[in-house]
Design a protein around this ligand. Structure first.
Ligand code: SF4
Ligand code: FES
Length: 249
């Protein structure tokens, strides 16, 4: 069992200045997940009549992308290729001090404590629009269209992006290029994605810029901290798609 000191960002609302508050927690099992450890703290706070720490979570198994926690200065904590909900307390030791903060980026304003508003990502995806599908009754089975194995694999890899925002949070420019390039690439590599390809990349990049994300300067922190291992190769692909679309558009 471990005793820890948590230093947690508390902020009442988006207008509040916010500050770090110290919370000791005791008897933490190394088998607990990081979020279960926060549940223990919140239960204690509720029992004492204090406001629990607000943090985002849903699936708790690395799928939904909501558990956006900056732990000891790293997006999703000290381990790579996992989300904060997949982090276990065995990654820490008795007596540790753990800093827990929300994502920091202009386009991800803090709503409360550790929860940020990531609807900018939703608007970027919406700007990408739909895929045209022939519903005339003569629709060809998608599996009947041959797709090169390498492209199918790369499209699938790009589609594993869970929209968590760790790429933005870990980038010194708060760039969303890794996220947007994954969303562009998952369609750009498939024949089904070609019909709207020009508008898609132009509109998504335009929306990304309007949301206030920074420029990419190829530092690569996003790729290191991405829990799904989304490759920088996608950014290069998006740049090529964008250039080609600019000539056409
Ligand atoms: S690219 Fe990676 S870090 Fe960025 S939103 Fe997608 S899964 Fe999260
Ligand atoms: S709670 Fe869903 S990815 Fe962490």
């Amino acid at each position: 069992m471990m005793n820890l000191t948590l230093k947690i960002w508390r902020q009442k609302n988006s207008n509040d200045k916010g500050s770090i508050v110290d919370y000791p927690v005791t008897d933490i099992s190394p088998d607990m997940s990081f979020l279960e450890m926060l549940d223990v703290l919140n239960q204690e706070l509720i029992e004492k009549g204090e406001e629990p720490v607000a943090f985002d979570h849903d699936c708790r198994e690395g799928i939904c992308g909501t558990c956006s926690l900056y732990i000891n200065g790293r997006a999703h904590g000290p381990s790579t290729r996992i989300t904060a909900c997949q982090l276990h307390m065995r990654s820490f030791k008795d007596g540790d001090t753990i800093y827990i903060e929300p994502w920091r980026a202009k386009a991800f304003p803090v709503i409360k404590d550790l929860i940020v508003d990531r609807t900018s990502f939703d608007r970027i995806q919406q700007a990408g629009g739909f895929i045209s599908v022939n519903t005339s009754g003569n629709t060809q089975d998608a599996n009947a269209i041959p797709i090169e194995k390498e492209n199918a694999d790369k499209a699938f890899d790009a589609a594993t992006c869970i929209g968590c925002g760790a790429c933005v949070a870990s980038c010194k420019n708060s760039s969303a290029m890794l996220f947007v390039s994954a969303k562009v690439s998952q369609f750009a590599l498939l024949p089904q994605g070609q019909v709207e390809a020009t508008d898609r990349v132009l509109n998504m990049v335009k929306q990304m810029d309007e949301e206030g994300f920074g420029n990419c300067t190829n530092t690569g922190a996003c790729e290191v901290e991405c829990p799904k291992g989304i490759s920088l190769e996608n950014i290069a692909r998006m740049n090529r798609e964008y250039l080609a679309a600019s000539f056409k558009g």
